[in-house]
Design a protein around this ligand. Structure first.
Ligand SMILES: CC[C@@H](C(=O)O)C(=O)SCCNC(=O)CCNC(=O)[C@H](O)C(C)(C)COP(=O)(O)OP(=O)(O)OC[C@H]1O[C@@H](n2cnc3c(N)ncnc32)[C@H](O)[C@@H]1OP(=O)(O)O
Ligand SMILES: [Co+2]
Length: 160
């Protein structure tokens, strides 16, 4: 009984400490939107999901504004975004140079209000990779958060 009370107290103190580190918290996090995989060969990667694994896939979309070409693989509960560099200064070029067979590049979670999300991130010193959101692959505003501020994971937020 005493051991349980001590455990409960420690846990409460830890929760309070974690909450205390957030200067202001955001309440509008939504659904998981996609996981992105950077691939060295977009046709081959698309063929794996479409022809071998039988998934429905989108057409290739070139997004010069983002320096990538994408194909979306539709799954019952989410999507996989296949990413390949487009143009000279692709933000995924270095990643693919380091990961020659490709690799998981980012995750994307929806938010109900991207401006509010950005303001909250800034208040909490989480760096965003552009000052302003850009229009993403689904025609909605997106913003990326620095992986060094997000436990080593590049986090994309997309307005729902
Ligand atoms: C299609 C539109 C849109 C959608 O709607 O879905 C997209 O998904 S677009 C996807 C592509 N766009 C982006 O990724 C934009 C944001 N990314 C960036 O600005 C850069 O890629 C980056 C994250 C700032 C990395 O810059 P880069 O120049 O490639 O590498 P660095 O060497 O400067 O990296 C610094 C540091 O971060 C580590 N890193 C890099 N990329 C990742 C990653 N994807 N996941 C985790 N960690 C990453 C890198 O290893 C370096 O660490 P150290 O080696 O420890 O210094
Ligand atoms: Co994405």
């Amino acid at each position: 009984m005493f051991r349980f009370a001590r455990f409960a107290l420690c846990r409460q103190l830890m929760v309070r400490h974690v909450s205390a580190t957030a200067k202001k918290s955001f309440s509008g996090l939504g659904k998981f939107n996609h996981v992105a995989i950077a691939v060295p060969n977009l046709e081959k990667a698309t063929a794996l999901y479409r022809d071998i694994l039988g998934a429905k896939v989108s057409d290739v979309q070139d997004l010069p504004e983002h320096g990538v070409s994408t194909v979306f693989v539709e799954l019952p509960n989410t999507k996989i975004e296949l990413l390949h560099p487009f143009g000279e200064d692709s933000p995924i070029a270095k990643f693919l140079a380091k990961n020659k067979s490709g690799g998981i590049h980012h995750i994307c979670v929806e938010v109900n209000n991207i401006r509010e999300a950005v303001a909250t991130l800034q208040t909490n010193n989480i760096r965003t990779l552009t000052k302003e959101p850009k229009i993403g692959a689904h025609g909605k505003p997106v913003i990326f958060c620095h992986p060094k501020d997000c436990n080593g994971v590049l986090l994309e937020l997309e307005e729902a």
